[in-house]
Ligand binder design. Structure first.
Ligand code: MF3
Ligand code: CO
Length: 252
């Protein structure tokens, strides 16, 4: 599996790209406020991508037409930007990626808008914690299943699920490389050993409810929780495995 181990020059590009992705993400995050909408965010992303002279990782991907995925409340992933105004109490999952000098960076975070119910706040924090547990397991000599197990550890119960079918992934010259890294279930590469130089997009994608069943809306993209009954959150960072541990290339 040497081919999925990045060279030093690739790593340098990914590091620089990660800083740019994080900077743009920071600008976008600040606009996730009451009264704004995801359509405007997408336009702002378009402006920032031009300003920083990088390309969108998502636009053009399998026909996707937008620069961000806009995952409001019951939307799990791949939400298409729309004109619904953000209101106090909403949670908004912003998913964004760039291509920098031929290499992809991918990141997402769930942002609380205005006053969010305490149990919803806890749910969002649990999802972030899940991602961080996954990142901590991205160490040399562990396997991919160790990342999945770490993401689930002490978190999954009747009210907190992680997704099987929407997964973290290797990343580099392509947005989605092997291995698949699910939050639940078994990756086809579950026993792949982790080595320094591997780069992963580690994603915790959660449902605040008893099931991780999902539906896809008629737009063909937007993935929502069962009957849109439950909230969903997600956090994702691009991570480089070093000799001495994981390095987050796209700080949130
Ligand atoms: N972060 C998502 C992923 O890793 C983004 C893909 S959205 C798409 O799959 F529009 F590009 F499909
Ligand atoms: Co991803």
């Amino acid at each position: 599996m040497r081919s999925i181990i990045k060279t030093n020059s690739e790593i340098n590009i990914l590091r620089d790209g990660g800083l740019i992705a994080s900077e743009i993400f920071g600008h976008l995050k600040r606009e996730v406020v009451e009264g704004n909408d995801s359509c405007s965010l997408d336009k702002y992303a378009e402006f920032l991508l031009k300003k920083y002279k990088v390309k969108s990782a998502f636009k053009g991907y399998q026909g996707y037409k937008f620069n961000i995925c806009a995952n409001l409340n019951e939307v799990i992933v791949h939400g298409i930007p729309n004109k619904t105004k953000f209101k106090s109490g909403d949670i908004f999952g912003l998913d964004f990626g760039i291509v920098y000098r031929g290499y992809y960076l991918d990141m997402s975070a769930t942002i609380e808008i205005g006053e969010v119910r305490p149990e919803v706040h806890d749910f969002v924090q649990k999802t972030l914690h899940s991602m961080n547990q996954g990142v901590s397991a991205a160490i040399s000599s562990n396997t991919i299943s160790d990342i999945t197990n770490a993401m689930r550890k002490n978190l999954v119960n009747e009210t907190f699920q992680l997704m099987k079918d929407f997964v973290g992934h290797g990343i580099g010259k392509q947005l989605h490389e092997i291995p698949e890294i699910p939050g639940d279930g078994v990756s086809p590469q579950h026993d792949l050993k982790i080595f320094p130089g591997m780069v992963f997009a580690i994603e915790a994608i959660s449902v605040f409810g008893p099931t991780n069943n999902y539906q896809i809306l008629d737009d063909g993209w937007t993935v929502v929780t069962e009957d849109m009954k439950y909230l969903s959150a997600l956090f994702e960072v691009t991570v480089l495995v070093n000799q001495d541990g994981p390095e987050i290339l796209t700080p949130l």
